[in-house]
Design a protein around this ligand. Structure first.
Ligand code: ADP
Ligand code: MG
Length: 316
């Protein structure tokens, strides 16, 4: 099987999308952008034993890879358009490719974000996913917009990614239902598109939590030249986290673990009613966890325990 057979067999599909007039097989893909919108795009490279376990089910590797890449679009308030895939493979393992491509296309269809092209080379296993999204002109939510007095919010429970990782490594023992919950959070993180879209008119700043809440909120603070004060008591924890993980460990993971792929965002006090309405209309899992203040860095409320500011860093 040469490179072209491989692409034809596993990546080219009969299914068509109306907004993709030129698909896999030409020098470029051509994609239609909705009128009045801007293109938002981002690339992520995922490596075995850094971002996924090489021995995992390839369909799950594909699903997670696409989902975490799409999370960046959600964080800007963008909606998915399409993606490309640069794949480096040590050899053309047909079984692996069959499962990987099936997981990839299935996730792409679920999230309405088709694969429109890519590149395939022989080399150490590496998966690069380049996602493209669309957003009404001027509406992108940036990291740099946080204002003093904004409340700080998250779109769901924190720390699940870290707990999942510990459990998958065999270093955390959990009940059957708790491990099912956490493993699903690891393999199938949900890009927060509906929250992100609603935040276009509410939030002053947003980021997705991939390196850890404190680290990622720290990026908002740095870009916005402000500080964040967190109420550690208000940080939402999943039911299974509360039930099966000791509180101080859970809090550490919630603050400094990564891989949650929920959104952390800030909005002015005047938008809190809209925020509550959004919460009622969507997940009911949105939470206010602190406030933007003058200064720099991320800290806890006076009187609460000090927080560590360490997050995940590839070169740290
Ligand atoms: P070129 O040499 O013009 O860059 P390639 O030979 O690399 O093109 O790829 C041929 C076609 O297959 C292109 O349309 C490209 O986008 C697509 N393609 C290559 N690898 C992949 C992949 N892993 N997934 C999806 N499409 C791919
Ligand atoms: Mg070409």
């Amino acid at each position: 099987m040469d490179e072209f057979d491989l692409i034809a067999r596993f990546f080219k599909r009969d299914k068509t999308y109306a907004h993709v007039p030129v698909n896999i097989g030409d020098d470029c893909a051509v994609v239609d952008l909705p009128a009045g919108s801007e293109l938002a795009f981002s690339v992520d490279t995922l490596l075995p034993d850094v971002h996924f376990f090489a021995q995992d089910d390839p369909a799950l590797i594909a699903e997670r890879s696409l989902r975490v890449s799409l999370s960046d679009l959600a964080a800007m308030g963008a909606e998915p358009l399409c993606f490309t895939l640069a794949l480096s493979l040590p050899h053309a393992d047909e079984q692996w490719l069959e499962s990987f491509s099936q997981g990839l296309h299935q996730t792409a269809d679920q999230l309405s974000c088709p694969l429109v092209g890519g590149d395939t080379v022989r080399g150490p296993l590496a998966i690069s996913i380049h996602v493209q999204g669309h957003i009404p002109r001027g509406k992108a939510i940036r990291r740099s917009g946080a204002q003093i007095g904004d409340v700080i919010c998250v779109s769901g429970p924190m720390g699940d990614g870290a707990a999942a990782l510990q459990s998958l490594k065999g270093e955390l023992s959990l009940s059957q239902s708790a491990s099912e919950y956490f493993h699903a959070r690891f393999h199938r993180p949900e890009p927060q598109f509906s929250v992100g879209v609603a935040l276009r008119d509410l939030a002053n700043s947003a980021i997705d939590v991939s390196d850890g809440l404190v680290a990622d909120l720290g990026h908002i603070c740095k870009a916005s030249k402000v500080a964040a004060e967190l109420d550690l008591e208000s940080i939402p924890l999943a039911y299974f986290m509360q039930a099966e993980v000791e509180r101080s460990q859970a809090l550490k993971w919630a603050l400094n673990g990564g891989d949650d792929y929920h959104l952390c965002f800030t909005l002015p006090e005047s938008k809190i009613q809209d925020f509550e309405a959004l919460n009622a209309a969507t997940s009911g899992k949105l939470a206010i966890i602190g406030r933007i203040v003058e200064g720099e860095g991320v800290r806890s409320l006076p009187g609460q325990e000090a927080i560590s500011t360490l997050g995940y860093s590839h070169f740290g």
